[in-house]
Design a protein. Structure first.
Length: 292
């Protein structure tokens, strides 16, 4: 299920801060035209913490109804409440999602035992694939190697988006699971993608593919085919945009750059705000996307 390029898609807003469903549909088609392997709705990049329950449900239903069968759609359903996460997981499944993504519970910092019980209980509640999402920098808790091994035995838990930023941990995880056909390790950091794939990972959940899906798809496919010299050359050409798209909290830079390209408005929901002028100047100094 989880291999190749998945785009963690933004949620575009109108000037009145309402969700721009028409533009979101356009962005989905942009990804389909680039032949990416799938998209992740309602992730961090989609500003999911600021979306109401009704807005989230409408996004899921509309995007699946319009795009089902054209592209794999993963829905982010994770919260720091197991009961709420299960409710969201069931609704996503009922709406036709191909898979769900479940982040580590944030703020309440469960133990490893708590993580195992949390993820297992959610996976037991649905019949579609589950992608775990390990991002301790945002959640305050890390998914350990031993915990991941135990969770990977669950038939519905079929992969992990690994965004710990710990290269040694990432290498150990990739090496451990590289020969498992039923479990995938995906990079959760664009800038580490080439290393993750060379360690044995199977792809990436990407932010910059919001704006460069074709180029990144070419890069990922080339690396997965074992053409490392060519793949790393393409990857190196994308490093400037990768660096600057994380100069401030994601998704602020990527939406700012997309706005320059006419792909969305430069509008965020609080507590996210527009970029600092000096950072924005650096970001917008990048060459036009058509030149990549």
């Amino acid at each position: 299920m989880f291999a190749g390029l998945y785009t963690a898609i933004i949620t575009p807003f109108k000037e009145d801060l309402s969700v721009d469903f028409e533009q979101l549909s356009t962005l989905m088609q942009y990804q389909i035209n680039a032949n990416v392997n799938g998209v992740v709705l309602l992730g961090t990049t989609g500003e999911s913490p600021t979306l109401s329950t009704s807005e989230s449900e409408i996004i899921i239903k509309k995007m699946i109804a319009l795009n089902k069968g054209q592209i794999n759609i993963i829905v982010g359903v994770g919260t720091n409440c197991t009961k709420t996460s299960i409710e969201r997981a069931k609704k996503a499944e009922a709406s036709g999602a191909d898979a769900i993504m479940v982040v580590n519970p944030y703020y309440n910092k469960p133990t490893q035992k708590g993580l195992i019980t949390h993820f297992t209980t959610i996976a037991d509640a649905v019949s579609i694939p589950v992608l775990l999402y390990n991002i301790p920098g945002r959640t305050g808790v890390n998914l350990s190697m031993d915990t991941l091994k135990q969770l990977s035995r669950h038939p519905n838990i079929q992969g992990v988006k690994e965004a710990s930023g710990d290269l040694q941990q990432i290498k150990t995880i990739c090496t451990t699971f590289k020969d498992r056909e039923d479990f995938s390790v995906l990079s959760g950091d664009d800038i580490l993608t080439n290393q993750v794939i060379q360690f044995g990972g199977k792809g990436v959940v990407s932010v910059i593919s919001n704006i460069l899906p074709k180029k990144l798809k070419e890069c990922i496919d080339t690396l997965l085919q074992g053409k490392l010299e060519e793949g790393n050359r393409i990857f190196k050409s994308l490093l400037p945009i990768m660096d600057l798209c994380f100069i401030e909290t994601n998704p602020i830079p990527i939406k700012t750059l997309m706005a320059r390209e006419g792909l969305c408005y430069e509008i965020f929901r609080l507590p996210l705000t527009s970029m600092l002028p000096e950072n924005k100047e650096k970001l917008l100094s990048l060459k036009a996307i058509s030149q990549y």
